[in-house]
Design a protein around this ligand. Structure first.
Ligand SMILES: [Zn+2]
Length: 1001
């Protein structure tokens, strides 16, 4: 890239740019508000002032929202100051405590102080834009434990749902911090109080994201230092624990269940972060919850921690029929994780190659919500062309990766199966935000480039790289990497140097490296084989390696291609099923999307595809999705590894990148013939796996027998205790003691067992990669260590928010307007209509009219209205009625004539759509001019009189002018004068940083 180094970090310019931007926002807001104020002051509308109040920031909003709880306490400034140094959640905690302390000093009222603090905390958490801080918390109460000490009880109500799980859980935490600050005791629930919550969970029927088990409820209710309480929201009554101390009545309390289920249980990892950082006592139980699922099932066999990534299938809950699953957790074929952040991305958004979107039968498009396995629950999808697209199998047997949309369009009709979804790009911050451990990354070009960059230490290294790659000297910065690294220490040059290092990295990342080059580079710097030559070894079972090697030994090299004769003898393309994409569900819970593949095909095909046979016993071990029955040994192995190939008659031809296959398996080429080097290590490894499996099976059997013994002893002891008439607790204890009395002598050979477990786990994670690393001279890194289970969430669209029946005017014309409800039709016959509208009275002429401005003419034949402002007309018993409307005759034709003149129109638009009737209580029609104007501009009104457009909410931080179709002149006008490198904006391909409040429609 050219133009490097002309400008660095221009702090002054950036500062003035953002100031100008904020001033511009302020000025424009001011202008619009005064325009709106002026318009409203004319009194043509019901309200005479602008209803939406303005608050400058979160601090200001919080103070305004909670005015009635704060007793004049000013908090905006301290929130503002704290937000400068702390994140929102920490600020919420600290300010909440501070507010309750101040309220305590002011009023001496504990209850009121807690109430105010808690609401402020919740307001900050929810950006002070929801009603949750007002209506989500009913009241806080100080109740008594059995021992007479006072504890805090917080009533949660339905509207707390809108605050989301994090805020719900945080509210409890904040409540507890205030509690301990005010010296109140911890809540000690009685047995009945705990059981009551369990019963309520059992009875609750509304949808919940998570329903804890009785054991989990037990832990939470017993350990939570404040009482999560609430008003009844459901009609269902508890039967077992209806009258319980501290709980108002017998019905189910929805708020309590929400806060425990969706809040404390689901958001435990987020709470844990704060609990540990702020060192809050009494919340150890939350760590237990957060770590749930992180430990293996055999967590008590202490020393052994598996390397295998724990999968989590919660994303599959509440799946809706018709919305596809794109991959199960860590199953080959699903989306492979790639770390990074595309420009059109941010939190809760993931990048995907546009071809992957198309390949998923267009179920995914920009902005579609996907439910994902990790790190969060869901994400919006955005396009990113720099990552892998899908690998597909065509009807002629060709197996190919498609990264370009053009390519996809060419071959789409021939696609018979999608073998691999491609990559899914997620940011590191996504893991941080969700407080989840990172999972291993695939070996990617960015990683490779970073290793190379670090390895270039002198001119000799650099020359080596130039002669062993097609790196173009003119495409990289003039300054050498080692020089740049040295200059990083200089503060003044820092930014410029960073940019240049980045340019180096970018050039290296995009290098096209051939096999000889990657071997030379790997050997010189001891770095792994380039990602483009790195098959997915860890997907391939070691068991088939001996047969695969035998098969490859017969291959020949022709014109730089590898020909494997008769490898697809008898192969037929999977049949096309002409229907929507099907999700094939096969054993081994493999359900990645296999499009157009016919399952019945498998049964009818000949037993053996290709001339290379494989042991029956091994076939049984392989997962059916491996496809060996359908594609034969060689082809299914190549597809598993992700190696592109095509057919030539009954032969498989691999055009390029086959050298890595031979190298990995330690096969040498001599005179274009392949020679097997040795298979000893593979056989040893297979033997080792067999032995380990044996050891583990014996241990499992031993444990099963032991547990059965314990169970029998427990039942016996419990039965006899029950017969003696012991209570529940005593019975349980007797059972436990009996079970414990049977000793576990431990495994026969503990060390052997541990080694076996480690070996099997390692084999599970690495599969063939382990053996490749052993027998190849080169270094290999895992190219597909983690796949993320995902399925389609809800589809998104952007569209005007309209009523089902589009309307320009919220004006009732009953059936006068015909089926189209047109004003023109309504006045075409008689000129007057009789409709139901609310009565108002003119302050000027005292006559009645439904309009906000009196429509009566002063002189009958002159198109001039009285125009007096009106007020609601009084009617006896009006407050008892549901609606205020009365059947009224309106001279609509005359009114429209007056409005046409006052709006300065020659003629009215032909199609002004109105309403049949009004559903509001007062039933006053809108000023009809609004409808005329909306019809002219072709915008339709929502039922509350607003004109809305719902957009897909997807984060984007940078853009190129070309991508958004805005001219450079206009962008400069909007303040986008320089690109991210500080260069003046001149080309529509420069990358610009989006201003914080701007959006791209
Ligand atoms: Zn009047």
């Amino acid at each position: 890239m050219s133009g490097i180094g002309t400008s660095a970090f221009d702090e002054e310019r950036l500062q003035s740019e953002i100031e100008r931007y904020h001033n511009q926002l302020d000025t424009e807001t001011e202008r619009l508000y005064s325009l709106a104020t002026e318009a409203r002051e004319k009194g043509l509308d019901f309200a005479t002032e602008v209803e939406i109040p303005r608050a400058t920031d979160l601090a200001d909003r919080t103070e305004k929202l909670l005015e009635e709880y704060l007793d004049g306490l000013e908090i905006a400034e301290s929130i503002r100051t704290m937000l400068l140094d702390e994140d929102r959640e920490t600020t919420a905690i600290k300010i909440a405590c501070q507010v309750s302390r101040q309220m305590m000093e002011r009023t001496g009222d504990q209850q009121r102080s807690i109430d105010a603090g808690l609401r402020v905390g919740l307001a900050i958490l929810t950006e002070a834009i929801l009603v949750a801080p007002l209506e989500g918390i009913g009241q806080v109460r100080l109740l008594n434990n059995m021992d007479g000490t006072t504890f805090l009880s917080i009533d949660f109500c339905g509207p707390i749902r809108a605050a989301g799980g994090t805020a719900q859980a945080m509210a409890v935490l904040i409540g507890d911090m205030i509690r301990s600050e005010l010296g109140l005791a911890k809540y000690e629930p009685t047995f009945a109080e705990v059981e009551r919550v369990k019963e309520e969970f059992g009875l609750y029927r509304a949808g919940m994201q998570y329903k804890p088990t009785p054991e989990e409820i037990d832990v939470i209710v017993k350990s939570c230092p404040v009482m999560i309480n609430g008003e009844s929201t459901e009609d269902i009554e508890c039967a077992g624990y209806r009258e319980v101390r501290n709980i108002d009545d017998g019905r189910v309390r929805g708020g309590v269940l929400l806060v425990i289920g969706e809040g404390l249980c689901l958001k435990a990892p987020k709470l844990q972060k704060h609990v540990e950082r702020l060192d809050i006592p009494g919340w150890g139980f939350i760590t237990e919850f957060a770590n749930r699922g992180k430990k293996g099932e055999g967590g008590d066999s202490s020393i052994f921690t598996p390397r295998k990534i724990k999968t989590d299938s919660r994303f599959m809950k509440d799946i809706i029929a018709g919305r596809p699953v794109f991959g199960m957790p860590n199953e080959p074929g699903g989306f492979r994780l790639r770390y990074g952040r595309p420009r059109a991305s941010g939190l809760a958004a993931a990048g995907m190659n546009p071809v992957s979107m198309k390949a998923m039968g267009s179920f995914i498009s920009v902005g579609t919500q996907m439910k994902i396995e990790r790190p969060g629950k869901a994400c919006a999808v955005t396009p990113c062309t720099e990552i892998d697209g899908p690998m597909v199998l065509l009807d002629d047997g060709t197996f190919v990766r498609i990264n370009e949309e053009g390519h996809w369009n060419e071959i789409e009709q021939q696609v018979r199966a999608i073998w691999d979804n491609g990559e899914l790009m997620l940011g590191f911050g996504e893991f941080l935000e969700n407080n989840k451990n990172l999972v291993p990354s695939a070996y990617t070009t960015e990683w490779w480039a970073a290793e190379i960059l670090d390895s270039i230490k002198n001119q000799d290294d650099l020359e080596f790289l130039y002669s062993n790659s097609n790196l173009d000297k003119s495409s990289v910065p003039q300054t050498t990497p080692w020089d740049l690294r040295r200059r990083l220490r200089s503060k003044s040059e820092r930014l410029e140097v960073e940019w240049m290092l980045r340019d180096w990295h970018k050039s290296l990342r995009n290098l096209d490296i051939d096999w000889a080059q990657t071997v030379a580079i790997s050997k010189r710097w001891e770095i792994a084989v380039h990602p483009s030559h790195n098959p997915q070894w860890s997907d391939l079972s070691i068991a088939i390696l001996p047969d695969l090697i035998d098969a490859l030994a017969n291959a020949t090299v022709e014109d730089g291609c590898l020909r494997i004769s008769d490898a697809v003898l008898g192969w037929v393309a999977p049949l096309v099923v002409e229907s929507a994409p099907i999700i094939e569900s096969v054993p081994n819970n493999q359900t990645n999307l296999r499009r157009k593949e016919n399952t019945t095909n498998k049964i009818s095909t000949i037993e053996q595809i290709g001339k290379h046979s494989i042991d029956e016993a091994i076939i049984d071990e392989l997962s059916e999705s491996f496809g060996i029955q359908q594609h034969g040994l060689v082809k299914s192995a190549l597809m598993c590894l992700g190696i592109e190939h095509h057919h030539d008659g009954d032969d498989i031809i691999i055009n390029e990148k086959w050298e890595c296959l031979l190298e990995g398996l330690n096969l040498k080429i001599e005179n274009d013939q392949i020679k097997i080097h040795d298979m000893k290590s593979i056989k040893e490894r297979l033997e080792g796996i067999r032995e380990a499996t044996n050891i583990v099976e014996i241990e499992e059997e031993r444990i099963t027998v032991l547990e059965a013994e314990k169970r029998a002893a427990r039942i016996k002891a419990e039965t006899s205790a029950r017969q003696k008439g012991e209570g529940i607790a005593a019975t349980e204890q007797a059972g436990q003691e009996a079970a414990d009395s049977i000793e576990d002598p431990g495994p026969k050979d503990g060390d052997a067992l541990l080694n076996a477990q480690i070996l099997l786990d390692e084999n599970d994670v690495e599969n063939s990669l382990w053996i490749i690393r052993k027998i190849s001279q080169l270094q290999w890194k895992d190219s597909a260590p983690c796949r993320i289970g995902c399925r389609m969430g809800r589809p998104e669209k952007s569209a005007p928010r309209e009523m089902k029946q589009k309307a320009h005017a919220l004006y009732p014309i009953q059936n006068y307007g015909g089926p189209q409800r047109l004003l023109a039709t309504a006045v075409s016959r008689e000129g007057s209509i009789r409709v139901t509208v609310g009565p108002r009275r003119c302050l000027r002429c005292e006559r009645e009219t439904p309009h906000v401005r009196c429509h009566h003419r002063t002189i009958k034949d002159e198109p001039k209205e009285c125009g007096g402002r009106t007020v609601p007309a009084e009617r006896r018993g009006a407050h008892l009625r549901n609606r205020m409307g009365e059947l009224t005759t309106i001279p609509l034709s005359d009114i429209l004539e007056v409005k046409r003149i006052s709006l300065g129109l020659d003629r009215l638009p032909e199609r002004i759509k109105a309403m049949k009737g009004l559903t509001s209580k007062a039933q006053y029609p809108e000023p009809i001019e609004k409808g005329i104007l909306r019809a002219i501009h072709d915008v339709s009104a929502f039922r509350d009189g607003t004109v809305r457009y719902d957009m897909i909410d997807v984060p984007v931080t940078h853009f190129r002018p070309k991508e958004i179709g805005t001219s450079i002149e206009k962008l400069i006008d909007l303040g986008y004068s320089h690109d991210i490198r500080g260069e003046p904006l001149t080309s529509d391909m420069q990358v610009l940083e989006l201003f914080p409040q701007d959006f791209i429609p």
